[in-house]
Design a protein around this ligand. Sequence first.
Ligand SMILES: NC(=O)c1ccc[n+]([C@@H]2O[C@H](COP(=O)([O-])OP(=O)(O)OC[C@H]3O[C@@H](n4cnc5c(N)ncnc54)[C@H](O)[C@@H]3O)[C@@H](O)[C@H]2O)c1
Length: 169
Amino acid sequence: MKETVLVTGAAGFIGTHVCEALLAQGNQVFGLDDFSTGTRRRNVPYELVQGSILDQEAQKLVDQLKPRVIVHLAALTGTRRSHLETQRYLNVNIMGSQAMMDAAVRVGARFVFASTSSVYGKLKSPSTEDAACAEPSWKYPSSHWRRRSRTSRQLRHYFRYQSMKQLKL
Ligand SMILES: NC(=O)c1ccc[n+]([C@@H]2O[C@H](COP(=O)([O-])OP(=O)(O)OC[C@H]3O[C@@H](n4cnc5c(N)ncnc54)[C@H](O)[C@@H]3O)[C@@H](O)[C@H]2O)c1
């Protein structure tokens, strides 16, 4: 079924491919990216809006579009840089994710969130997705770790009390 999908971080590595795949399936795709690290390409075959997930404009965009699905991929991902710009990383990765979750709840959108295999720490092989999450190694940036665990906890809350449909990858 054709759906309206908002992809945050649409100009990033994963976002670019997700947008193309969603479009190929006949969905109406809107991308949101502040191009802080993402690539600004010309003539993308879907609407790609410049803006930050932290801004009020992003909330207005969600209210206007009323997407059926929000694929939340916007993030600051550089490990080394995250140790130098901790506040900025925490802000985007945690407060930005919270803002997009709130928006999804408000308009009743399903929420797709990209986690990371790093939440499992060092696992013995073979590993499974339902393995317990470990403490992060000191190398793993706290904004990444807290984003995963805090966003996951918040998503559980929304699932229980607001019937939010969601998918964590
Ligand atoms: N690439 C991987 O192998 C991998 C593996 C596991 C998890 N992930 C997770 O998937 C997500 C996307 O990863 P990626 O590899 O595509 O990263 P990426 O850095 O290529 O893309 C992130 C995008 O978010 C945008 N962005 C940053 N701050 C923003 C803001 N405030 N508002 C709007 N856009 C903003 C950037 O400009 C960029 O285009 C991340 O959460 C990442 O941790 C990625």
